[in-house]
Design a protein around this ligand. Structure first.
Ligand SMILES: [Zn+2]
Length: 374
């Protein structure tokens, strides 16, 4: 019997055991949808599965050195991936249509660059830009490449599958209704609810759990590369990440300044020092909707921690929460903090809708925060 081993953090072992027994018993589903919070390692697991399925070793899979294993790790095997692309990237020509010697970037070049990023660190949450989508053309070129598959096992990882637009979803649904033999689809998403119910129901659902704080630290240090500054991985950053190495890495890069900004945001809103705050926001370059909302996540965490502080429970970001000095503002009780949290959530949805600029939304938020309590 062939032995299968999928590697990963202990917290996610249950999901892997389930997959390994399906592999061993030769009943692996042709399409699976891995969901769970952003940055916890869904793509990492998808790559492990792809290796195990493509490996041809007679005893131990994945072996790491057979042709199948090498193909699974080859960023140039772009037909094994579907990734969201920006419009201009998605409209680039295919390498088949570009004449020899041309230096124009092809759609495969763009895909290869993203696949390399993912392979280097699969936890990262900011590989794709916010506007990138999976278009119907990407699904069509995937199905077109099936004709050239040969008799090898073929795996396709569809990263951030919730970014399929309507026509892509419908085209993919047709593919799922008649999956070619020896072909496996591994979809990942942190927004399962955004996907077509008909696609979800045709995939085996696999829910991946967040990691422990210790595992987050280990994974970030393993993956981050040599120039990563370990001291940026503070207790507050780990607390903010809630079990996600990808978020921990992201907040380690932005977190120090954002934690400080969140403290100032609360204090200056309470003191009605808007001019100072507006200037500070401008300096922090939070015009981008994605970044603005990640900052507001930090602010939400801070408000939730201030509530915990009042209730005497343990804090997720102790250093930042204590820096506010909330006892100097006696009018701010639990109700005021709960209302403030709702106001931040509303601002996040407004920013997400992209009808108003992110910086305008942040300014309005500081005016509205703690209204009636200042
Ligand atoms: Zn192998």
């Amino acid at each position: 019997m062939i032995e299968y081993t999928l590697h990963g953090p202990a917290s996610q072992e249950r999901a892997r055991i389930r997959l390994m027994s399906a592999l061993r018993e030769n009943r692996f589903p042709q399409s699976i949808l891995i969901d769970g919070p952003a940055g916890i390692g869904k793509k990492r697991l998808a790559m492990e599965i792809a290796r195990a399925l493509q490996c041809t070793d007679p005893n131990m899979r994945p072996c790491g050195h057979c042709f199948g294993c090498r193909m699974a790790d080859d960023s140039g095997a772009t037909e094994n991936w579907v990734v969201p692309l920006e419009t201009k990237e998605a409209h680039a020509r295919s390498s088949d249509d570009v004449s020899a010697g041309s230096t124009a970037k092809t759609i495969e070049d763009f895909k290869k660059a993203y696949i390399e990023e993912i392979q280097k660190n699969p936890y990262r949450v900011d590989v794709f830009s916010t506007g990138a989508i999976i278009s119907v053309d990407l699904i069509r070129s995937m199905t077109a490449s099936f004709a050239m598959k040969g008799d090898r096992v073929r795996t396709v990882i569809i990263a951030e599958a919730d970014r399929m637009n309507e026509s892509a979803s419908n085209a993919f649904l047709k593919t799922l209704e008649d999956v070619p033999p020896d072909t496996y689809f591994i979809l990942t998403t942190s927004s399962r609810e955004k996907m077509l119910q008909t696609i979800r129901s045709r995939c085996l659902a696999l829910h991946l759990l967040p990691l422990t704080d210790d595992e987050v630290r280990t994974e970030v240090l393993n993956m981050a590369g040599e120039d990563f500054d370990e001291s940026s991985l503070t207790q507050d950053v780990i607390g903010l990440a809630v079990g996600s190495p990808g978020k921990a890495l992201y907040y380690a890069e932005h977190g120090g300044s954002w934690c400080g900004l969140a403290v100032d945001f609360v204090q200056k809103s309470l003191r009605a020092d808007y001019t100072g705050l507006f200037l500070q926001l401008k300096d922090c370059g939070l015009e981008d909707a994605y970044e603005a909302n990640r900052f507001l996540e930090v602010l939400s965490f801070l408000l939730a921690d201030l509530l915990r502080l009042q209730a005497g429970s343990s804090l997720r970001m102790p250093e930042t929460a204590n820096a506010v000095g909330i006892s100097k503002f006696p009018r701010i009780d639990a109700t005021a903090l709960e209302l403030a949290l709702v106001t931040v959530q509303e601002t996040m949805s407004r920013i997400e809708s992209r009808r108003v600029s992110a910086s305008m939304c942040l300014q309005n938020l500081s005016l509205k925060l703690f209204e009636g309590y200042k």
